[in-house]
Design a protein around this ligand. Structure first.
Ligand code: ATP
Ligand code: MG
Length: 394
């Protein structure tokens, strides 16, 4: 598998070089970056240190060449406006100093890697997770709404880690929290931070935090944080170590400046991979576990809104039948079930001529349950329990 990746990366790089020589710079840039991206993935899979080193050097070389080309090609020198969420008060940004060309370039890179968004998910759309919601209210929403109450001994948490099995709402809940407190939400997915910009990632992280400070109150959300903050070992590359160090420095800086309203929210489904230094800096750790029976019932309701369902359907029955399902399992299951009436028509009749679709029935849901099985195993859940006992909340 990993060998194929390497061959593919080399093929793409060859193509990039050919395009480069032909003068087809725009496509060459894309191909160089694509190749570097694949090499970085290869590095993560490979166990051969020598190959890792070679690939790392090549990837860096391709990224360097791509940046060179980007600079030299006038059509690429777009003036990307600085990525920012709209300020609530509609005022101009705090720092009106013009950016140097270098900074401008990094901001461009940020806008490609980091999404600054105003998510639109209501907390009421997140089923249950009451403990987690309360903990996040205390640590994020209240301090942002009433900074005056959080002084002296009553310091809000600055680093919060959401952990738990995949598909249980870590990302979803984070977005709902950001919606609720109307903060700027800088959404950086760690894997792309590391792989896309490896030469520049540490500066990218610096810029990310300076943008967060300018746009405060803000939440820096690092999804899949384990891909940056893994335990530091001898095998890792210099670049990766520098990214980690930079992130640690920024997190310490945030803690030192008490009146700064920035919160870093990390999410991971592999908390045990986290480096001890990060574990300590995420002061508050919140477990986002499997939904209980009540939460599952609500999820069925939420996922079938705006679809006509048979009147005899009892969601509490489905909730009892889906022990062990995650939020995303249930959302998949519902998508499968509500498609069944449509599929039926498509097989037997001309769908363009139909004006009424039959309601979704109990049998549709039961059939979907047969198809979609829970993804998280009991052994995995045990692993989370153990970690919670050692490091987590409660
Ligand atoms: N508590 C919940 N309430 C409502 N919907 C949920 C909930 N949990 C999960 N979902 C549904 O499952 C989808 C996946 O959830 P999400 O992306 O937040 O999972 P995650 O915990 O971040 O998983 P991963 O660790 O794989 O990133 C959501 O888009 C949502 O539709
Ligand atoms: Mg997620």
């Amino acid at each position: 598998m990993s060998k194929i990746l390497f061959q593919k990366a080399m093929e793409i790089a060859k193509n990039a070089i050919a395009l480069d020589e032909e003068g087809n710079y725009d496509t060459a840039i894309k191909r160089y970056l694509e190749s570097a991206d694949i090499l970085m993935r290869y590095i993560q899979l490979s166990t051969n240190p020598e190959m890792k080193r070679i690939c790392y050097e090549r990837a860096q070389e391709y990224i360097r060449r791509a940046s060179e080309l980007r600079e030299a090609t006038p059509s690429r020198r777009r003036k990307v406006s600085r990525p920012r969420g709209k300020r609530k008060d509609g005022k101009a940004p705090k720092s009106s100093e013009p950016l140097t060309e270098e900074e401008e370039k990094l901001r461009d890179a940020i806008s490609e890697t980091i999404v600054v968004e105003k998510p639109n998910i209501k907390l009421s759309e997140v089923a249950n997770l009451e403990t987690a919601k309360q903990a996040l209210r205390e640590s994020i929403i209240l301090p942002i709404l009433r900074p005056d109450l959080f002084k002296g001994g009553r310091q809000p948490w600055k680093g919060i880690l959401l952990y738990g099995p995949p598909g249980c709402g870590k990302t979803y809940l984070s977005k709902a929290i950001a919606t609720e407190c109307d903060a700027t939400f800088l959404n950086a997915d760690a894997a792309s931070l590391v792989s896309k910009w490896l030469g520049e990632s540490e500066r990218l992280i610096k810029e990310l935090f300076s943008l967060a400070r300018e746009e405060a109150p803000s939440i820096v959300f690092i999804d899949e944080v384990d891909s940056i903050a893994t335990a530091r070992g001898a095998k890792e590359m210099g670049g990766e170590r520098r990214i980690k160090t930079q992130l640690l420095i920024e997190m310490d800086g945030m803690k030192a400046k008490k009146d700064e309203r920035i919160i870093i929210l990390g999410a991971t489904n592999r908390p045990w991979d986290l480096d001890a230094a990060f574990r300590r800096r995420f002061e508050k750790k919140i477990y986002i576990g499997l939904p209980d029976v009540k939460a599952r019932e609500l999820m069925f309701k939420l996922n079938t809104r705006e679809v006509e369902i048979a009147p005899d359907i009892d969601f509490s029955e489905f909730a009892k039948l889906t022990e062990g399902y995650t939020g995303s399992d249930i959302s998949l299951l519902c998508r499968e079930a509500v498609m069944m009436p449509i599929r039926e028509i498509d097989l037997t009749q001309d769908i363009t001529r139909i004006d009424k679709v039959r309601p979704v029935s109990r049998d549709d849901f039961i059939a979907a349950m047969e198809k979609i099985k829970p993804v998280v195993s009991p052994e995995e859940l045990k692993q989370y329990d153990e970690w919670t006992q050692n490091y987590g909340m409660e």
